[in-house]
Structure formats: structure tokens, C-alpha cells
Design a binder for this molecule. Structure first.
Ligand SMILES: Nc1ncnc2c1ncn2[C@@H]1O[C@H](COP(=O)(O)OP(=O)(O)OP(=O)(O)O)[C@@H](O)[C@H]1O
Length: 607
């Protein structure tokens, strides 16, 4: 309820502004000199102004103008600035240079002075005010959209859509736009509250909404002259202004929280978080599966387009204390499968079927607030790049302390002591001094240890480690793998370990699932899959990163893009064992003894 309060308050403000013409209020511009500056009464609930006009009526009609100016300014600036920013971020080069330099120039101009100049030249009124406000707010949208697009542009999925022959316009609108919509939406709400302030400032100076039309700014300006005799005339419009801006800012904060699934739960949720985590833990069937992913189908949904399947019918289970490794080349669907379990799928990717249960709780049907409480407490993640996952402006000790306090109510001092213990547990020497370091003061290996400490800080039942050693050099890789293995043995935490290379997972995994082109093609105990691989793709993966002095053998070709997945076996175009039968029908995942299964129809010949 507390979380939806800003939306409720905003909804009430908008509703009241919309129905103002229907309310039985006195005309906001009709003067009544006899009742000048009258005190509040049954006739005029908030009294009258210096011309005898009803204050309540003027406030509500003024709200309509303020909100209309704010909404049209924010939407128009978002459309123009967002489009320019996406184009600049996507194409880069001279196009970006021109757009961004022009943006810099506009940003250098003081908003209020530009608005005053234009309004003075072209005359006051809404038809001048709105375009000038749109002009001064466009640059902030350009910047947000440009930065977000430039960050998404290098991702494999953007290139994949391009290689399918999609036109630039389609890539921009269907692939990039859904990924930058979140930050743009937050900017819309920020701009709306800022535009209300600017409009009021201009109206106060007599350059905005023209009398006798009511506007909060002009009401403040008029009340200033009579504030000695009727101070409340100044209070009401100021109060309306403060309330509207505060409400829009709170909506903006909530939007940011809702649109950023990586945010951890805030302090008020501590009790519920702990309760949920306990509830989740208590649901674990005695010797049952902690994680149970069944028939998971994920797709890239474009408006009006048939969805492109990215992950097909994935079935996976992880028992308590067990480590499951998901292995495969880039683009095989490993990360999306794990992200679905954590409720962290990118906005463009949708669940089209199946379930992903953690301790019996279907994570795909949980609302975001509950998911957020479980993240960090029942399930946590270690990402590939610790530098971008750690906040550069806080010490690692503080970040660890906050991670603990977000889920467990305790004193700050106790959380700090626990943070130091955690640093010690993950093998960081001199943990008390290291807790005071900023992330940039640590080596890559140290930072990854901090990330691991953070992931286990609330004793989750399962940790997802998404290529945690890829960004590290070989020696440090081995140390981090040793640490994860130790933690798994000492703490009994289950783990889903995502990797490209099979030898890496041989160190740590109990079971291995090999993924190719969105589906599992082989699964079994780590020992069996590594010693007796029964799918040519698994064999090729092992040969591509051999142990010892053997030379690696590259796998010819590349993973087919999701929209161009061939019929039959998806690996057949790259497979040395491919035969006619591989092109007919989709090969099922068949059990070939014990818990070992493969999707290769020719596994007997391979054996
Ligand atoms: N936000 C997204 N929008 C559109 N497509 C996406 C998105 N994220 C992933 N994909 C696509 O989904 C498919 C599977 O991606 P996923 O990241 O799960 O692969 P992966 O095996 O984990 O690869 P990597 O090892 O590179 O992380 C890829 O084709 C990828 O391009």
C-alpha cells in the first residue's frame, strides 16, 4: 500500500484536474469586488483573492493548466529527444557528433533565460510557452537515450537481429527502444515536475499563462502584492505547487525502483524479506529439488510480430547443496534461463511457457516486490564483471553492510562486523582495512571475491554464478574457482554455474547441462558428461578447450541466430556426424542410462 501511495496521490491530482469543469465551482475568472480577500466560508471554501475570485476554483483550474503544460512538454521532449538520442547512440560517428554537440550547446543555455527571451520576442501564452519548454528539455532526453543505446548497441542480440536482415528502423524500434524505455520513462516524470516549476516561474513573471486565466505561478505573483493583508492567498498556490512536484517526484522514484529489477529491497521490507526467505526455505521438500525449471519457453516479443523463440522447453533441476553447470557457446540461452529463475529477464524477453520454481515457489508468477525480496536473500547472482556490478563511489565494506541490512534487521555495527567476517571468509587478507577500500583500489580477483561475499551475505539457498571467472586471468580464475568450491562444501549453498568452457566447470560441477541454440542437448553428472560425452557438440566443446598441451580445435560455423534456427537437429550444419536422419524431425532429449541424456539421434554410433 505504502509503495502505491505516490501513484494513488498522482491519480487523485490528475482525476481532480480532469473533472474540475464538472464540479459545482464558481467561475474562476468572475470578479466580485464586494467579496475581495474574503475568509474561507461555505460559499468560498478557501476564500477569495484580491479581485473576489474563488481561490479553490482558481487552484483547480490552475492545476489543469500546470498539468497540461507538464504532460505535453514531457511527452513531446521525450519523443523528439528520445528519437535523437537513440539515433546518436546507435549510429555513432558524425551523426552522434552533430546531435551531441548541438545538445551540449542547448544544455549550456540557462533554461529560465531562454524561456524569458523567447516569450518576450514571440509574446506570452501557452502556444509559445510549450514549444520553448520542449526545446530546453530535449537535451536531457537525448543524453539518457544516447547513453542507454550506446550501452545496448554492442550486445550480441542487437547484432543477431541485424544479421537476420532486419532494417535499421525495425532494430531501433523493436530491439533498442524496449531496452531504453525504462530510463526514458523516469526522465519523463522528472521533466514533468521540473516543467511545472518553470511554467509557474514564468507565469509569476507575467510571461507564462496570461491573466485572467488561472495559473499557480500568476496566483503566487498576484498574492505577493497583498501578502500583508491576506497571507493565505500566497500559501494555497505554493502548497499546491509543492504537493504536485513532490507527488510527481515520488512517482518518479517508484518508477525507477519498479523498472530496475537489480535494485535490492529497501529497509522497510526487511521483516517481510526474512519471512519470505524463511517461507521459501521451509517449502524445500526433504530430499527434493531446490530449483525446478520445467518446460521453460522464452521468446523475444515484438509488437505485431510472431515471437522469436530464444529458449525451448528447458527442464533443469538443482538439489540443495548441488552445483549444476550450464555450458554452451555465446547465444545458447544459458543466461536467459538463469535470469528467468531470478525474475531478471530483460524487458524485451517474455516467458511463453513453463515454470521456474525455487523451493516450490514459481518465480515466473511472483510479483516484482516479492521477487525483489527473494533476490539477495533466497537467490543471488555473481556476474562476470565485478567492476560494473560494484558501486564505484562506496567502499566495499559499506556495500556489503547495505546488502546485509537490506534483508536482515540488525544494528549497523553488527552488519559491519559481519561484512568484515564475510571478507575474511572469501579469503581477502586484512579484511578490516580492505573493507575501507573502494572497488577501483582492488584487483579483479579481489573484486570478484567481494561480489561472491555479497552474494552469500544473506545465506541464499542458491547462487547463480554467470561466467564469474571469464574476466579474470588464468591464475586468478583458478583461485576464484577454488573459493567457490570451498564455499559450496562449507556453506552447502546450491549453485548454478554458467560457463563457456567444460574444463572450467569440471572443477566445481556435480551435474552439467550443455545448451545449444536455446535448448539442452546433453545432461548428466559432470563426471559422465566430461568422460563420455554423447553429443557431438559436447565433444566439440571439450576439444575446443583441451587440458594439458593439446591444441584446441575450433568448432566450425556459429550458433544459428534464434529466428533462423534450422529444422531437425540445430547443430547438424556444424556436426561431423550429421546424417540424413538429423534433418528429419526435432530430436528429443533421450535418457541413455542413469541420469545421462542426449539429444543426438546417432549417440550409439558416437559411443
Ligand atoms: N534483451 C534481449 N533482447 C533480445 N534478445 C536477447 C536479449 N538478451 C538475450 N537475447 C538473445 O537471446 C539468446 C540467448 O541469449 P543468452 O544471453 O541467454 O545466451 P548465453 O548463452 O548466456 O550467451 P553469453 O554466454 O554470451 O551470455 C541470444 O540469441 C541473444 O541474442
Amino acid at each position: 500500500m505504502r509503495k502505491s501511495l505516490p501513484f494513488i496521490a498522482f491519480g487523485i491530482i490528475v482525476l481532480v484536474a480532469l473533472i474540475t469543469p464538472l464540479l459545482p465551482l464558481p467561475n474562476p475568472v468572475t470578479m466580485n469586488i464586494v467579496r475581495r480577500m474574503a475568509s474561507p466560508s461555505a460559499l468560498n471554501w478557501l476564500g477569495t483573492d484580491e479581485y473576489g475570485r474563488d481561490m479553490l476554483s482558481r487552484l483547480l483550474w490552475g492545476a489543469r493548466i500546470s498539468l497540461a503544460v507538464a504532460a505535453s512538454t514531457a511527452v513531446l521532449a521525450c519523443l523528439i529527444g528520445g528519437a535523437l538520442g537513440i539515433v546518436a547512440g546507435y549510429f555513432g560517428g558524425w551523426i552522434s557528433a552533430i546531435i551531441m554537440r548541438a545538445t551540449d550547446v542547448v544544455l549550456c543555455l540557462p533554461h529560465l533565460l531562454v524561456a524569458m527571451l523567447v516569450v518576450t520576442l514571440f509574446g506570452p501564452g501557452l502556444s509559445t510557452l510549450i514549444p520553448v519548454l520542449v526545446f530546453v528539455y530535449i537535451p536531457s532526453f537525448v543524453r539518457v537515450a544516447q547513453v542507454s543505446t550506446a550501452m545496448i548497441r554492442p550486445n550480441a542480440f542487437v547484432e543477431a537481429v541485424g544479421t537476420l536482415g532486419a532494417r535499421q528502423f525495425r532494430i531501433l524500434t523493436r530491439t533498442i527502444l524496449p531496452n531504453v524505455a525504462g530510463p526514458l520513462l523516469v526522465q519523463v516524470s522528472l521533466t514533468a515536475s521540473s516543467a511545472i516549476m518553470l511554467e509557474s516561474g514564468l507565469s509569476f513573471l507575467g510571461l507564462g499563462v496570461q491573466p485572467p486565466a488561472p495559473s499557480w505561478g500568476s496566483m503566487i505573483g498576484n498574492a505577493r502584492g497583498v501578502m500583508n493583508m491576506a497571507p493565505m492567498l500566497l500559501v494555497w498556490p505554493c502548497l499546491a505547487l509543492v504537493l504536485a512536484v513532490l507527488t510527481i517526484n515520488s512517482v518518479c522514484d517508484r518508477l525507477r525502483d519498479l523498472l530496475d529489477p537489480h535494485q535490492v529491497a529497501k529497509a522497510p521490507l526487511k521483516q517481510t524479506a526474512a519471512a519470505l526467505a524463511r517461507r521459501a526455505a521451509s517449502r524445500v521438500p526433504a530430499a527434493g529439488d531446490l530449483v525446478e525449471i520445467r518446460n521453460l519457453d522464452l521468446a523475444l516479443a515484438g509488437s505485431g510480430e510472431p515471437p522469436v523463440n530464444l529458449v525451448y522447453g528447458v527442464d533443469l533441476t538443482v538439489k540443495e547443496g548441488e552445483t549444476l553447470a550450464i555450458v554452451g557457446e555465446s547465444g545458447s540461452g544459458k543466461s536467459l534461463t538463469a535470469l528467468a529463475l531470478a525474475g531478471l529477464l530483460p524487458p524485451a524477453v517474455q516467458v511463453v511457457g513453463g515454470s521456474a520454481r525455487l523451493a516450490g515457489q514459481d518465480m515466473l508468477s511472483l510479483p516484482e516486490p516479492e521477487l525483489r525480496m527473494l533476490r539477495g536473500s533466497a537467490i543471488s547472482m555473481v556476474f562476470q564483471d565485478p567492476l560494473s556490478s560494484l558501486n564505484p563511489v562506496h567502499t566495499v565494506g559499506r556495500q556489503l553492510t547495505e546488502a546485509i541490512l537490506a534483508h536482515r534487521p540488525m544494528s549497523n555495527a553488527a552488519a559491519q562486523a559481519e561484512a568484515v567476517e564475510l571478507l575474511k571468509l572469501v579469503g581477502i587478507p586484512d579484511p578490516v582495512a580492505r573493507a575501507r577500500n573502494f572497488p577501483y583500489e582492488m584487483s579483479g580477483g579481489m573484486r570478484q571475491r567481494v561480489m561472491i561475499a555479497m552474494a552469500i551475505s544473506n545465506r541464499p539457498s542458491v547462487v547463480i554464478a554467470d561466467e564469474p571467472t571469464t574476466a579474470l586471468d588464468v591464475t586468478v580464475q583458478a583461485q576464484v574457482l577454488d573459493l567457490l568450491r570451498d564455499l559450496k562444501e562449507k556453506e552447502g549453498i546450491a549453485m548454478i554455474f554458467i560457463a563457456h568452457s567444460l574444463p572450467v566447470v569440471s572443477e566445481i560441477a556435480d551435474r552439467v547441462a550443455v545448451m545449444y541454440s536455446g535448448e539442452i542437448i546433453e545432461e548428466g553428472s559432470a563426471h559422465t558428461v566430461l568422460r563420455r560425452p554423447m553429443h557431438p557438440y559436447t565433444r566439440a566443446l571439450i576439444a575446443s578447450s583441451p587440458e594439458g598441451d593439446d591444441l584446441p580445435e575450433g568448432i566450425p560455423g556459429r550458433v544459428p541466430p534464434p529466428a533462423a534456427r534450422p529444422s531437425g537437429c540445430a547443430f547438424r550444419a556444424r556436426c561431423a556426424y550429421a546424417a540424413e536422419i538429423c534433418a528429419t524431425g526435432h530430436p528429443p532429449l533421450v535418457s541413455i542410462g542413469g541420469d545421462h541424456s542426449t539429444r543426438c539421434v546417432r549417440w550409439r554410433e558416437i559411443a
